[in-house]
Design a protein around this ligand. Structure first.
Ligand code: GLC
Length: 763
């Protein structure tokens, strides 16, 4: 270990292996470095690697690996508290990670905007927005303090460097912004911090390294890859639920999951059902199961504060709720009115929460949707009382009811959690500021425990709004309350890509948009996009225009059906890629530069993406767009390759291409040398076809050998972890059209579902 004691700070550098090192920084040398509130990382121990070195510089320090510079830091100091932090503790630590002018910065999780992050500052603080978010809103629901720098030639073995700030407190990242255009300014609300440095020749290696640390993304049950349907307010009773379920089947629009938002509850009390509208939840769920649907229930962390309500009484008795500064149960208003909040950082509380979740799993619920888990609280009970009495006092002197008063009322939600005080298993009292960003992660761990107990051999499905590094092991994530606008659809591409690059690949937006009324064309274009996003759920808010795939007449319904069916055709491909992502951490949905780093142009394309390394998608993101400019990358930076149009079979060349995009066309291409396994569509993921088709692009003249990976298992158990799966690679040589391709079996632990294969070479 390298240690450096300076006058104002202390540093410790430790290599974990050749690619990853840990840097502890403290401006309070007497304090140790332990971040003991964050759940343990997947690798903590070092293998004694010694080629990492710390060097003092005149204006700071640098980190080297085998003699090559990896990163240089300057201006390390304590800074005065940030005014937006209501809980100012006076110990913000700041340092600048110096970067070359032409460097690029990516990552930082759930952020809007282009993929290259320079020129803005970003905050890490899990936050619900007021209603819905705008195009430059920050911070949003989850915090992933991890960025990736691309810097040519900074080191011989690495072009990319990942920096993971292993810190849950509020932090800020100024990316080549403001007075410091020469670096990333990292500020954290703590006198000490811990940074992990992850090097890689490729961006993929950095993401792999980051997920080795924080955990590989979960492998979902297959049904979770289907189309999911949801709306706040609908279905409002058992009949409506069954009608909805039948409608999909009658219209032959595939669907796997139906969601119950808070309207299903008895006065929004979590873990209950409204007895009049949903009198027999078990039998309703059973009927849905018979129709091959899965059921996902919303679970908010706020427990209605009401004696006689079983969950509240039980929590009160077991003392599971977060306290406030006076030692009372903290009370804050959410959907059901005033609520109390489980203190998930304690093991016993997670156990209690798992038992509550277990009750709805016993009723047959298949998936659990964790919402409002930032936690989002409209206002605190004591907080609103204090403000109200202060305002009343001030009314006598009306001059004082000024702008600051308006702001205080507007920001009431932002500061609602300030007075929360948590307690650890050891009985230590902890300010909410240290726990806030971890709250959803601990809730997800508790939810996972419920699945583990009730269905030990099944893969859980948890959907979360908030999160922190590690959440990828437990949950899929959606990007919160967006709007039914073209701008939001575009943003949903950037945000999903960004989350994937930040180690959280199972993501997607509310398809069709949450807030506001959707227009038919937008819904159709968004369903097209959703059909190839990792998580595909249509969701919208209370009392907004309908967003069912059939809501706007035959013209749109036909196209919506075509694309939802495409999703189901592509399941063999998507499932294979999800498995690969689970193993590697490399996201299934990738920016073009992740696969084509040598092609400079790819860095400025944020609105197209690849699935795995073989399929390119150029969603149509404009209204009335009869044409779309599509960029098809060059291999190795400049080598022209061909791209096969999924729909027409035409072969296009690298570079910009202007394509016709009638409403039923979303451009999709197969990369040269690749192939896509698929089947005829099915209505739900439980149905399998016995003919596996493989559409290939062997390049001009059919010269290239194509290899196509394929994975299969039972779709829902954890057996794959014990080897119960099939993994192979089809090898298709020149002129492979129609013939049974050679299949190289790599792992033979499960029976393939197909009995026939058909190679399609349209080019
Ligand atoms: C939040 C969620 C939204 C949900 C609503 C009601 O706004 O983000 O998805 O529909 O709460 O539960």
């Amino acid at each position: 270990m390298n240690v450096s004691h300076e006058e104002n700070y202390k540093l410790e550098l430790e290599g974990l292996d050749r690619k990853i090192s840990r840097l502890n920084v403290s401006t309070r040398p007497e304090k140790d470095f332990v971040n003991d509130l964050i759940p343990p990382l997947d690798i903590e121990k070092t293998d004694g690697e010694t080629h990492w070195e710390l060097n003092k510089k005149s204006d700071g320090f640098s980190v080297e690996s085998s003699g090559f510079p990896v990163a240089e830091f300057t201006e390390l100091k304590e800074v005065s508290p940030d005014p937006v932090d209501g809980q100012n503790n006076g110990h913000w630590l700041r340092l600048i990670h110096k970067l070359a002018d032409d460097s690029r910065v990516f990552g930082l999780g759930e952020k809007t905007g282009y993929l290259e992050k320079s020129g803005r500052s970003y905050e890490m603080w899990n936050r619900d927005t007021n209603g819905f978010y705008t195009h430059n809103e920050d911070p949003l629901y989850s915090s992933i303090p991890f960025y990736i720098v691309q810097e040519d030639g900074s080191c011989q073995t690495c072009n990319f460097l990942g920096v993971y700030l292993h810190q849950a407190e509020r932090s800020k990242f100024n990316i080549k912004y403001g007075e410091r255009p020469y670096g990333v300014g990292v500020t954290v609300s703590s006198p000490k911090t811990m940074l992990y440095l992850i090097t890689g020749e490729e961006i993929k290696q950095v993401v792999k390294g980051y997920t080795r640390l924080t955990g590989k993304p979960l492998f979902p049950p297959k049904w979770a890859l289907g189309y999911h349907h949801s709306k706040y307010g609908v279905p409002s009773d058992s009949n409506e639920t069954l009608e909805l379920a039948k409608e999909f089947r009658n219209r032959e629009i595939p669907c796997d999951a139906i969601y119950f938002d808070i309207q299903h509850m008895d006065n929004k009390r979590v873990f209950t059902w409204d007895e009049d509208r949903f009198p027999e939840p078990e039998s309703l769920i059973e009927k849905l199961h018979e129709m091959n649907y899965r059921v996902v229930n919303i679970v908010d962390p706020g427990v209605k504060e009401e004696e006689g309500y079983e969950i509240y009484d039980s929590g009160k008795e077991s003392e599971v709720f977060v306290k406030d500064k006076e030692g009372d149960d903290y009370s804050g208003s959410v959907w059901p009115g005033f609520c109390v909040f489980p203190d998930f950082i304690r093991e016993g509380v997670r156990d209690w929460w798992a038992r509550q979740n277990g009750k709805i799993l016993d009723q047959g619920v298949d998936g659990i949707w964790n919402d409002m888990n930032e936690p989002a609280i409209f206002f605190g009970k004591k907080q609103i009382k204090e403000i109200a009495s202060e305002l009343l006092d001030r009314f006598s002197d009306e001059d004082h009811l000024d702008f600051s008063c308006k702001n205080r009322l507007l920001n009431i939600g932002e500061s609602s959690t300030n007075s929360m005080v948590h307690e650890t298993d050891k009985g230590e009292k902890i300010d909410h500021g240290k726990v806030h960003n971890l709250y959803a992660l601990y809730e997800a761990m508790a939810t996972e425990q419920a699945f583990e107990r009730k269905r030990p051999n099944k893969r859980p499905f948890i959907l979360t709004r908030a999160g922190f590094p590690g959440i990828q092991k437990f949950a899929a994530k959606w990007t919160g309350d967006n709007s039914s606008t073209w701008e939001h659809m575009r943003m949903s591409v950037y945000m999903s890509l960004n989350l994937g690059m930040s180690g959280l690949p199972f993501v997607g937006p509310d398809i069709g948009g949450f807030d506001g009324d959707v227009e038919p064309e937008l819904l159709t274009r968004w369903i097209q996009l959703g059909s190839v996003l990792p998580f595909f759920r249509n969701h919208s808010s209370l009392d907004t225009a309908p967003q069912e795939p059939w809501s706007y007449g035959e013209k749109y319904e036909k196209i919506n059906r075509k694309y939802i069916s495409l999703r189901y055709s592509l399941l063999p491909f998507l499932y294979t890629e999800f498995f690969r992502t689970h193993r590697s951490g490399v996201p299934i949905m990738r920016p073009l530069f992740m696969e084509f780093p040598g092609d400079e142009e790819t860095y400025s394309v944020s609105d197209q993406f690849l699935l795995g390394n073989s399929m390119l998608v150029a969603p149509v993101l404009e209204r009335n767009a009869e044409r779309r400019l599509v960029y098809l990358p060059y291999e190795d930076g400049n080598r022209d390759i061909s791209w096969l149009d999924w729909w027409t079979g035409d072969r296009l060349e690298s570079g910009y291409n202007l394509l016709e995009t009638a409403l039923d066309v979303m451009p999709i291409f197969i990369r040269e040398g690749k192939g896509i396994p698929y089947t005829e569509p099915v209505q739900h993921t439980e149905k399998l076809r016995n003919v596996l088709k493989i559409k290939i692009n062997p390049g001009p003249g059919g010269k290239k050998e194509v290899s196509v990976p394929i994975y299969h298992d039972d779709g829902e158990s954890k057996g794959y972890d014990r080897g119960n799966y099939f993994y192979g690679e089809f090898l298709i040589e020149e002129g492979g059209e129609g013939t049974a391709p050679e299949l190289e079996v790599k792992h033979d632990g499960y029976e393939p579902f197909w009995t026939e294969t058909e190679v399609i070479n349209p080019g």
